[in-house]
Ligand binder design. Structure first.
Ligand SMILES: Cc1cc2nc3c(=O)[nH]c(=O)nc-3n(C[C@H](O)[C@H](O)[C@H](O)COP(=O)(O)O)c2cc1C
Length: 208
């Protein structure tokens, strides 16, 4: 009996250690981008969509915002890759605890040709991921309209409150959160993005 328990315990330990070793040497897998139907253009002026995405959910929505508005896309990338799950949770937690910000490959240098800048990101530990904090700490939006959006597994926590605190010199307009579970239905997701963008268009048209 004791021998059987020892074998089961050893196998479990091996699987757990194996998962950790595997994740330490692998980067997170990007989900496959789904295709959306052809949509009518929603004119918000010259649009830039800046986004950070570890596994592709935010990238998919950023891409759709770009398609609908005719906007340009800019992906924030870190110099050092994050490991795959489950190790990623440990490295992100340590980064958060120590207040460390990752080095970014590059950021947009000039926003002068854009009217509206979307900034999208996943929620990490109920808040802004360090790559987006790093991006905001190096960016001055000089009175531009900035619109945040998040993707998350459950709740967005203090994502939008932290975003408002850390963004510099921007006029922030109605952000939007997208949960990964409700995003499984492509046409519902598409509808949510279109409704939000049309509301933004109305707000921007009627701004003083
Ligand atoms: C390190 C880490 C922490 C996360 N923390 C949260 C969280 O606090 N709340 C939540 O709802 N989702 C959380 N998630 C899930 C992601 O926000 C969600 O899967 C998101 O859509 C991923 O976006 P991406 O594919 O663009 O990276 C976390 C994911 C990771 C990797």
């Amino acid at each position: 009996m004791k021998r059987k328990a020892a074998i089961i315990f050893s196998c479990l330990a091996l699987v757990i250690v194996g998962a950790f070793v595997w994740s330490a040497f692998n980067v997170p897998r990007q989900k496959e981008m789904r295709s959306f139907p052809k949509a009518e253009r929603i004119d918000l002026g010259n649009v830039l969509v800046v986004f950070y995405s570890l596994t592709g959910s935010t990238k998919e929505i950023a891409g759709r915002i770009g398609e609908m508005t005719g906007g340009a896309l800019f992906e924030i990338e870190t110099e050092k890759s994050y490991p795959a799950a489950p190790i990623v949770y440990i490295s992100v937690w340590r980064e958060l605890k120590n207040g460390n910000l990752p080095v970014l490959k590059k950021i947009p240098r000039n926003y002068s040709s854009f009217d509206v800048i979307f900034v999208g990101s996943p929620v990490w530990f109920s808040s802004l991921p360090a790559p987006i904090r790093a991006f905001l700490s190096q960016s001055d939006f000089q009175g531009k309209t900035v619109i945040p959006f998040s993707t998350q597994g459950g709740g967005f926590g203090d994502f939008f409150a932290s975003f408002e605190k850390e963004v510099q010199n921007a006029k922030i307009t109605k952000g939007m959160d997208f949960s990964t579970s409700s995003g499984r239905d492509v046409s519902a997701l598409d509808q949510k993005i279109a409704v939000w963008l049309n509301e933004l268009k109305n707000d921007l048209l009627h701004k003083p």
